[in-house]
Ligand binder design. Structure first.
Ligand code: ARG
Length: 588
């Protein structure tokens, strides 16, 4: 379906041409002055220069040709040359009705033909998930859903951090704890035990302890680096131990992501790029891309237009060890082989921007990614506490994801119990659903690249631009619809009638923006645009709700049309939150 703006522009273009002007001046946009009009066209001002005529004259001529068009309720030319437009309520109701009936809610699938691999989540195995990983999971999940809704084929890959120094640290610490473990015995040739030598909670304690010690104890750190090196070289005992770490951690990660309503088709990690590294490095050497510099192997990726220094991309360290860039490059090879994507999207902390610039340039230069393949980095800002500093626990430690979610859950539970006397289990279930919305909406409503302040008080509020407010609005609609049905009415086959007043029309005007919003959200990979849409829609709906007698309306036809409007509002709001990655409860 064409968007309202496209339809208006087409009508406008015809009028410009009929009046003797170039159609290129006929661009219509949303109004900057909602008090005066709903849409506007500023083309007469630009046309005035070409035709050497006063803009108001041009606008006047065009307006005259539009006055009797069914699509408009009002067309005004105003100084210095604006064309102010108001839609006819008949057209608006008809358009909204069509959107509501369409499977894609009136959205053209502009993403058709793309095959996208989206890389997000990126947890580091055996390290506790922290709030930074929360952002990647939340934003990535929403972007995935947006791309899918726009018709792209999308494969989500969690890209585990499973090959780095944390593995060596765990092994070193484990050796201090249990020096007799067979994994560390070079002479051991039998099969290794099937049972891991630690439990999940032990593992969770090992890493932080090891990490802390490595910061003050240089020899200890050396040891951990050596363990990492040996693991990467394929040492038998360490590989067996690594497998245990993976088998204990991954089910726990799966559980955590499931709780967040975040899911991946592919659970590969950095370690899966290993088989591709040697060939890739040889290719880069053979074709003359990679050369030795201070012992390390690097590829130059500077470009003439660079305004700042872009250092060469390091492929191997001087000891021959692989780096973060190496595994990311080799992962591109692996992904091209497995899925041949047309586009890659990476969602990670924006402080990794230089890393991705290097990886992307190197991949293009060396032909790992074909010239037409798109490589996009969606970098997000830091989640800060109310003091404006990176989010911490009360005692100043790194905030763990689980703790944060528990806090929000408790807060939400309190509010829900306060609000009405639900039974305990029901209130718990509802609290969990609303808490998820509070966290996700709180994050997604900000432009991803910006830092934002995680404010529990604000995010869990039922008022203002929050997840709970949106859910509250949806629940309100559900409750009216239930009551309406309870009065012996059916929700089927109702038609939208043209709005009777500005408030009803205001709601419809918000709703019909959906397809344009989706096109923009997809182009800019910007979930916050969907947040803005559902917030404006929720506000317009609540205004309508407060000003309109719905359930005690005596005129049946009128009431049916109100109910039809509620049904479509609910559909758009529900689609909106689904794209953001959460859902609404039945009651709250
Ligand atoms: N594991 C990384 C981290 O915790 C994020 C991974 C991002 N994805 C990637 N392909 N590099 O910082």
């Amino acid at each position: 379906m064409k968007t309202v703006i496209e339809e208006l522009t087409a009508v406008m273009e015809e009028a410009f041409m009929a009046a003797g002007y170039d159609g290129k001046y006929a661009k219509v946009g949303l109004s900057n002055r909602p008090d005066l009009c709903e849409y506007q066209c500023n083309g007469a001002m630009a046309a005035a220069k070409e035709y050497k005529k006063a803009p108001i004259m041009i606008a006047g001529e065009v307006a005259d040709l539009l006055k009797d068009k069914d699509i408009f309720e009002e067309v005004n030319s105003v100084a210095p040359g604006f064309l102010n437009l108001k839609l006819s309520p008949v057209y608006l109701a008809d358009y909204l009705g069509k959107m509501g009936k369409d499977e894609c809610l009136g959205v053209e699938e502009t993403g058709k033909g793309e095959r996208i691999i989206i890389d997000y989540g990126g947890p580091n195995v055996a390290k506790p998930l922290h709030v930074g990983h929360l952002r990647s999971a939340i934003i990535g999940e929403s972007v995935k859903r947006i791309c899918r809704f726009m018709g792209s084929e999308v494969i989500a890959d969690i890209h585990l951090g499973d090959w780095g120094l944390q593995m060596g640290l765990i092994m070193t610490e484990l050796r201090k704890m249990k020096p007799d473990l067979v994994y560390f015995d070079e002479d051991y040739t039998l099969d290794y035990p099937k049972e891991p030598p630690f439990t999940l909670s032990e593992l969770e304690e090992i890493y932080p302890r090891a990490s802390a010690r490595s910061k003050t104890d240089e020899a200890y750190k050396e040891e951990a680096m050596n363990d990492t090196f040996l693991l990467q070289k394929g040492d038998r005992g360490r590989t067996a131990l690594w497998k245990h770490i993976m088998s204990v951690s991954i089910p726990d990660l799966k559980k955590n992501y499931e709780k967040l309503n975040v899911s991946f088709e592919v659970w590969k990690g950095e370690s899966d790029s290993r088989p591709y590294i040697t060939d890739m490095v040889n290719m880069m050497k053979d074709r003359g891309y990679a050369y030795e510099s201070e012992g390390a192997l690097v590829v130059d990726i500077k470009e003439e237009t660079d305004v700042k220094e872009i250092p060469p991309c390091m492929i191997l360290k001087s000891d021959g060890a692989a780096l973060y860039t190496t595994t990311d490059l080799a992962t591109i090879v692996q992904r091209v082989e497995s899925n041949n994507p047309t586009r890659f999207i990476y969602v990670a902390d924006k402080r990794q921007e230089m890393h991705f610039t290097q990886v992307f340039r190197c991949a293009k230069k060396t032909g790992l990614a074909a010239p037409q393949v798109k490589l996009d980095f969606l970098g997000f800002g830091t989640m800060n506490g109310r003091d404006g500093k990176p989010f911490k626990t009360r005692d100043g430690g790194v905030m763990r994801l689980e703790t944060l979610l528990e806090d929000i859950n408790d807060e939400m539970y309190k509010k829900i119990i306060e609000n009405h006397d639900a039974d305990e289990n029901e209130a718990k279930e509802t609290a969990a659903i609303v808490a998820m919305a509070a966290v996700k909406y709180g994050d997604l409503s900000n432009q991803a690249t910006k830092d934002y302040i995680f404010d529990t008080e604000k995010f869990t509020s039922f008022e203002g631009n929050t997840g709970p407010y949106i859910l509250y609005t949806i629940v309100r609609i559900k409750s009216i619809l239930n009551k309406y049905e309870g009065m012996g009415n059916s929700l089927k086959g109702l038609t939208l009638a043209p709005a009777l007043d500005d408030i009803g029309k205001g709601l419809m005007l918000e709703l019909v923006k959906f397809n344009q919003v989706m096109i923009n959200a997809y182009e800019e990979l910007a979930p916050h645009k969907i947040c803005a849409y559902i917030y404006d829609t929720a506000n317009a709906f609540n205004r309508f709700y407060h000003e309109t007698r719905i359930l005690d309306e005596e005129d049946k036809k009128k009431q049916e049309s109100y109910i039809a409007l509620l049904i479509v509002t609910k559909r758009f709001l529900e689609k909106g939150i689904e794209l953001l990655g959460f859902n609404a409860p039945e009651k709250m």
